[in-house]
Design a protein around this ligand. Structure first.
Ligand code: FPP
Length: 262
């Protein structure tokens, strides 16, 4: 996919078109990770039950996935459900699971037509069997796609992922003296994927919330006040443009114009 591909889906003369044309496609973040926050507040502002915010959030997911794929982002990771989210009322948890299932069913065609490969990261073995089946189906059906990799973080926790990776490393029999950062990263759920270059958080909170703790070591963080259900193509393009203005140093003292994957 490419900017041209994205432009075919944007009405000419709009603000979105002007934003899209400012994007430097040679300096795209290879991996964009998103903390989708603010669904509850979006609903409360409208005197609606919280779950209506999650329902409305699905439109934002759809728009973001399609825009990212068309733009040429290599990996997109959305934080849909954390290990801590089980503490929410059972009715909210079950609505989130139903929404996820519905999303996968209704969007499979779009994932296929956009050449998107779907993956799930997290402790999926603890999810209900029907959810696991739905996830497996979406992963299997999109497995041979070669375009954007779309990860959903589900029953995910960054610390849990590091513990799981440590367990896998031990089980693999790797000798402690042979374990370095690169080798260890190969035991994470995201093995083989580039680390996020850009971490977007909606709704203005300045937290990383146990998300991709290992992988975001050098990510540029972009926080927008926009609540997740209102997040659209324009907001993703604004985040990418803000990222392209950042100077990335990776702990060094020089200011190389190196943007994008390392
Ligand atoms: C945070 O908002 C959002 C979530 C915990 C869930 C996000 C889920 C979706 C957008 C729907 C399902 C996802 C997919 C990928 C199909 P919050 O409830 O914490 O909001 P608040 O901080 O305003 O209370």
């Amino acid at each position: 996919m490419s900017l041209e591909q994205l432009l075919t889906s944007i009405p000419p003369g709009t603000a979105d078109e002007s934003l899209a044309r400012q994007v430097n496609v040679d300096r795209l973040p290879a991996h964009v990770a998103v903390i989708m926050d603010g669904n509850g507040r979006w609903a409360e502002q409208r005197q609606l039950p919280r779950v209506e915010g999650h329902r409305a959030g699905i439109d934002a997911v759809r728009d973001t996935v399609e825009t990212a794929a068309r733009l040429g982002i290599r990996v997109l990771t959305l934080y849909a459900f954390s290990i801590e989210n089980w503490k929410r009322p059972a009715s909210e948890v079950s609505t989130l699971m139903v929404l996820l299932k519905r999303y996968l069913r209704s969007e499979l065609k779009t994932l296929l037509s956009n050449n998107i490969r779907f993956r799930v990261i997290g402790r999926t073995e603890d999810l209900a069997p029907d959810i696991q089946d739905e996830l497996r189906l979406a992963m299997d059906r999109t497995a041979s796609n070669t375009g954007m990799l779309f990860n959903i973080a589900l029953n995910y926790g960054g610390r849990a992922e590091i513990v799981d990776a440590a367990r896998r490393a031990i089980a693999s029999g790797v000798r402690p003296e042979d374990l370095d950062e690169e080798r260890f990263a190969g035991f994470l759920y995201t093995a083989g994927q580039p680390d996020p270059d850009l971490l977007i958080r909606t709704s203005g909170e300045m937290r990383v919330s146990n998300y991709l703790l290992w992988q975001i070591a050098y990510a540029e963080i972009y926080v927008t006040e926009t609540l997740w259900p209102d997040f659209r193509r324009r907001h993703l393009l604004e985040a990418v443009l803000a990222y392209q203005k950042r100077e990335r140093r990776y702990g060094g003292i020089t200011a190389p114009a190196v943007i994008g994957s390392r």
